[in-house]
Design a binder for this molecule. Structure first.
Ligand code: FES
Length: 246
């Protein structure tokens, strides 16, 4: 069978989404004035089930949001957080954008890649099984003040070195989940995809831990010391009328 150039292909797993996933999708859609606004979280929801966006995942989103599969596929292929092949238990994202790269990000990526024997968007181990790891280059992870950084399942590990990153990956392969530098405790890729979709199985546990580093708050501290403040927010804001929900 020939492949048409430029037409995205999605793996047909034959997966049938459960009534529980349908119920979660309905709950998520109910949060938005327009149903189609729920597409981004729903794509994360299907990733939490299969570990990536499959062809049934595209069809599921299209059906529950009354969109065409082409509309859903267009969004799923635009954002790099939507994966087109199954991810490992953990997704390791190494920032190789300019600042991190200059401070060691390229060396970190090379070290992790050589150890795992995989490249960008490839998985070491059987996807989804314990200790399996998907590696990817990441663009700026918005943590330049802690460069070079990497993320595991979107949790931050700051001020990395090649040796520190290698120790982290060895621990992940051994089933250990070292605590991130800040933010929530480490879980796994599929669990985090549920959270990004807006489904929190244990919200209290997920908000434990420091969420900001002192270096990130340095500007706020300086503003306090120099008595600088942002203009006051208005007490009321008038929003334009919304069209009927579709
Ligand atoms: S360049 Fe790496 S976090 Fe910004």
């Amino acid at each position: 069978m020939s492949t048409r150039i430029g037409v995205p292909e999605f793996v047909d797993t034959g997966w049938v989404f459960s009534p529980a996933t349908h119920a979660e999708a309905t709950e998520i859609i109910g949060r938005y004035p327009q149903s189609r606004s729920a597409l981004l979280p729903l794509l994360h929801l299907v990733q939490s089930v299969e570990g990536f966006v499959s062809r049934p995942g595209i069809a599921f989103c299209a059906r529950v949001l009354d969109l065409t599969e082409a509309e859903v596929a267009a969004v799923a292929t635009f954002y790099t957080m939507y994966k087109r092949s199954p991810c490992g238990q953990h997704l390791v994202s190494v920032c190789t954008n300019a600042l991190c790269a200059a401070l060691g990000g390229d060396a970190i990526y090379a070290t992790v890649s050589a150890h795992l024997g995989v490249g960008h968007e490839e998985t070491a181990g059987e996807p989804g099984t314990p200790g399996s790891i998907t590696l990817e280059h990441a663009e700026c992870l918005a943590a330049c003040d802690m460069a070079p950084v990497l993320q595991v399942n979107y949790e931050y590990y700051d001020n990395q070195t090649p040796d520190a990153a290698l120790d982290l990956v060895l621990a992940l392969q051994a089933g250990v989940k070292p605590p991130p530098t800040r933010g929530a405790p480490l879980t796994d890729f599929r669990s985090v995809e549920r959270e990004i979709a807006g489904v929190y199985d244990d919200l209290a546990a997920r908000v434990e831990g420091p969420s900001a580093a002192p270096s990130t708050l340095r500007g706020v501290t300086l503003a306090e010391h120099t008595d600088q403040r942002a203009p006051a927010m208005p007490d009321t804001v008038t929003f334009p009328d919304l069209p009927p929900k579709k």
